[in-house]
Ligand binder design. Structure first.
Ligand SMILES: Nc1ncnc2c1ncn2[C@@H]1O[C@H](COP(=O)(O)OP(=O)(O)OP(=O)(O)O)[C@@H](O)[C@H]1O
Length: 244
């Protein structure tokens, strides 16, 4: 669904990413881990079109998108969530989702297309998908941190993406909400979406991911099933002292 081929990114003389090749297939969840500053967010930015790589190419559903804008990639079925919250605090959860559905409807060929259109059923079904039924009228600013992250996920799903990129979806979320979010993200993967997820909660990544990629100093140190990766000596060295 999405392939990075030999991606490199240099900024001001620093090699932030070096020869990174990764693939995520439909219905697969790729966990991306690595120590702070390893290049994980930079890589997600390159996949989503926020940043252009200095070398290599990005393929989305078989088409090259290396130079395509983030908007064009969204039209081609890619959605992402950001590390920082992208919600409108003064609007309700339902209004936030409505905006996302309308934005998707204007950009993407979807059943929701056209209408100033987001019906309450569509909004309710997205909120139900993220286990927030009945929260449509709650102001975003009054939601718990965990519910805010779920709402962001509902908004990312509004375009019915084929590929979903998640940058630390559990950041700052309570342990109880981590379990809920983990289940929701697993269901999204099981529905056939290709999911790439950067996440620091190691037990979540190792429990949820089909494959895990480890970035270290901008290079791909290892990629494979979770037990293969945690058993890799170079990975253990990179995380020296940290429990994997
Ligand atoms: N626009 C930029 N210009 C210069 N350097 C950058 C830029 N963006 C990121 N970097 C540098 O690239 C390196 C990788 O950063 P990045 O945020 O991708 O790492 P990360 O693995 O996501 O880290 P974290 O886990 O802390 O979020 C860091 O050294 C960072 O300072």
């Amino acid at each position: 669904m999405i392939n990075a081929e030999a991606v490199g990114w240099r900024v001001g003389g620093a090699q932030i990413l070096d020869d990174v090749s990764l693939t995520v297939g439909a219905g697969e969840l790729l966990g991306i881990i690595g120590p702070n500053g390893a290049g994980k967010s930079s890589f997600v930015n390159i996949l989503s079109g926020v940043t252009r790589p200095s070398s290599g190419r990005i393929m989305l559903q078989g088409k090259e998108v290396t130079d395509a804008s983030a908007t064009r990639r969204a039209r081609m079925g890619l959605a992402r969530s950001f590390q920082t919250s992208a919600l409108f605090d003064g609007l309700t959860a339902g209004e936030n989702v409505r905006l996302a559905v309308q934005a998707a409807g204007s950009a993407v060929l979807s059943p929701f297309r056209g209408a100033g259109s987001a019906t309450s059923e569509v909004i309710d079904s997205l909120l139900t998908r993220v286990r927030m039924p009945g929260r449509a009228r709650t102001l975003a600013r009054d939601l718990s941190h965990g519910d805010r992250r779920k709402l962001e996920l509902a908004m990312a799903l509004a375009s019915e993406p084929a590929v979903l990129l998640l940058d630390e979806p559990m950041a700052g979320v309570s342990a109880e909400d981590v379990d809920g979010l983990t289940e929701i993200i697993g269901e999204v993967r099981d529905s056939g979406v290709a999911v790439a997820m950067v996440e620091h909660h190691m037990h979540v990544v190792l429990g949820l991911a089909d494959r895990v990629a480890v970035l270290h100093h901008g290079q791909l140190l290892a990629v494979g099933a979770p037990p293969e990766v945690t058993g890799d000596e170079r990975v253990q060295q990179a995380y020296l002292g940290e429990a994997l």
